[in-house]
Design a protein around this ligand. Sequence first.
Ligand SMILES: NC(=O)c1ccc[n+]([C@@H]2O[C@H](COP(=O)([O-])OP(=O)(O)OC[C@H]3O[C@@H](n4cnc5c(N)ncnc54)[C@H](O)[C@@H]3O)[C@@H](O)[C@H]2O)c1
Length: 252
Amino acid sequence: MSENNQVAIITGAGSGIGRASSIKLAENGATVVLVDYNAQSGEETLQMIKDKGGNGIFVQADVSKSEDVQNYVNKAVEAYGRIDFFYNNAGVVQKFNRLADIEEAEFDRLVAVNLKGCFLGMKYVLQVMDRQGSGHILNTASTAGIRSEHSASVYSATKHGVVGMTKSAALEYVKRGIRINAILPGAVKTALTAGVMKSFQEGGYVPEEVSNVRMGRPAEPEEIANVVAFMASPASSYMTGSLVNVDGGLTL
Ligand SMILES: NC(=O)c1ccc[n+]([C@@H]2O[C@H](COP(=O)([O-])OP(=O)(O)OC[C@H]3O[C@@H](n4cnc5c(N)ncnc54)[C@H](O)[C@@H]3O)[C@@H](O)[C@H]2O)c1
């Protein structure tokens, strides 16, 4: 399975799932445009890729800011002339709390990064892909995008939003040569989940779904990256509007 010569943008490329996916796509031959808010960790990912003989650039961006998103899209097109695969992945988790105890500022932050960030990325990348008449977008939703998640109502709402946007946009672009899918990880061992566990412990509550991962362990980021690589490859050619669970049986 090879992405030979693909130009791929990956957001949230400085850590966790985004970093592992960026490395995997570059190993498979893609030229990568790495995007992250954190310049240091984004540059580190780029260095890891270059050390293995891969190609790419890093662009610092806050995915919730329209001008930053337009900038990373423009930089990709200036550098490489096209965008074949867009992994729209950056996201943040909430401080775990029952809904009435969630601060309004926390709501605004989650909606800005997880939902508006997803929308802005799709909006500006789709303009390029539509001109090309080809392309594939993969959004990172979550199992929280199709089911309840105790103490994470706003996070869950943003991920349900990502699922809805994925399916509606897939329908809008299916006749224009563009596929749009979502990947739904369950629990993955990243900086994000380390924060979640701390938040649970501080709140004195560990939700049942943590022990409901039927495989009895969280995923390694590379186990998500392997599925991202499959999605980026021609092997996924008949998939659009799909919600791809990668959750160790969490949703069973
Ligand atoms: N880890 C899990 O268990 C899990 C489960 C389901 C879904 N997800 C989703 O997977 C995605 C990646 O999560 P992860 O676990 O790899 O997290 P992570 O915290 O390890 O990595 C997220 C990256 O996104 C970047 N980022 C955050 N806000 C940004 C912004 N406004 N602009 C640009 N970059 C920003 C961070 O700097 C970081 O490098 C997220 O959308 C998350 O919601 C994670």
